[in-house]
Design a binder for this molecule. Structure first.
Ligand code: APR
Length: 170
């Protein structure tokens, strides 16, 4: 059964089997954590992403980690917030499930997640943290090989939202 940790920091520095990227459907890089991961991984990451034919929202794709301390990058495409009546909750949950399904396929023992959709995609952090924590905990229960999950928040507001979500029952 995995243990879950919460840290405030830069996900590109975390030495785990896989870090999850908050990507867009083109998989061609972007700003936010996507930009940071590509900068830290080096050109090999984009070259591998070029081989893929994008990724629909709610799904994920796996690549190598290149110059990152992580072995793999799981590029997960979360939903853009459109007010909450366009299936955002289900899509965000599907994004975390898709990332964990790929982690399971590659026998990942440790994984780090950013706050998917909480930046440029505008998802309210409190709601997103609740979806993230509940979905990851539920799905990880079926992954005996997963030992460690880390939620990596870049700023204090996000950290506090995840702290509440991790320490209150769903
Ligand atoms: N480490 C951890 N978290 C980070 C980092 C980092 N180095 N940089 C940013 N973040 C945080 C943001 O503060 C936010 O809380 O990641 C969370 C997700 O924000 P974004 O990176 O903006 O991702 P998202 O909201 O899912 O929007 C995706 O943004 O970067 C583009 O190509 C990406 O088009 C896609 C869109």
């Amino acid at each position: 059964m995995a243990t879950f940790e919460l840290i405030q920091g830069d996900i590109t520095t975390i030495a785990v089997d896989a870090i999850v990227n908050a990507a867009n459907s083109s998989l061609q890089g972007g700003g936010g954590v996507d930009g940071a991961i590509h900068r830290a991984a080096g050109p090999g990451l984009l070259a591998e992403c070029f081989q893929m034919n994008g990724c629909p929202t709610g799904e994920a794709r796996l690549t190598g980690g290149y110059d990152l301390p992580a072995k793999f990058v799981i590029h997960a495409v979360g939903p853009r917030w459109r007010g909450g009546n366009h299936g955002e909750v289900g899509l965000l949950a599907a994004t975390y499930r898709s990332a964990l399904a790929l982690a399971k396929e590659c026998d990942v023992r440790s994984i780090a997640f950013p706050a998917i959709s909480c930046g440029i995609y505008g998802y309210p952090v409190e709601e997103a943290a609740r979806v993230a924590v509940d979905t990851v905990r539920k799905h990880a229960a079926g992954m005996p090989e997963l030992e460690r999950g880390i939620f990596v928040c870049f700023d204090e507001k996000t950290y506090e939202a995840y702290d509440v979500a991790l320490n209150t029952a769903e």
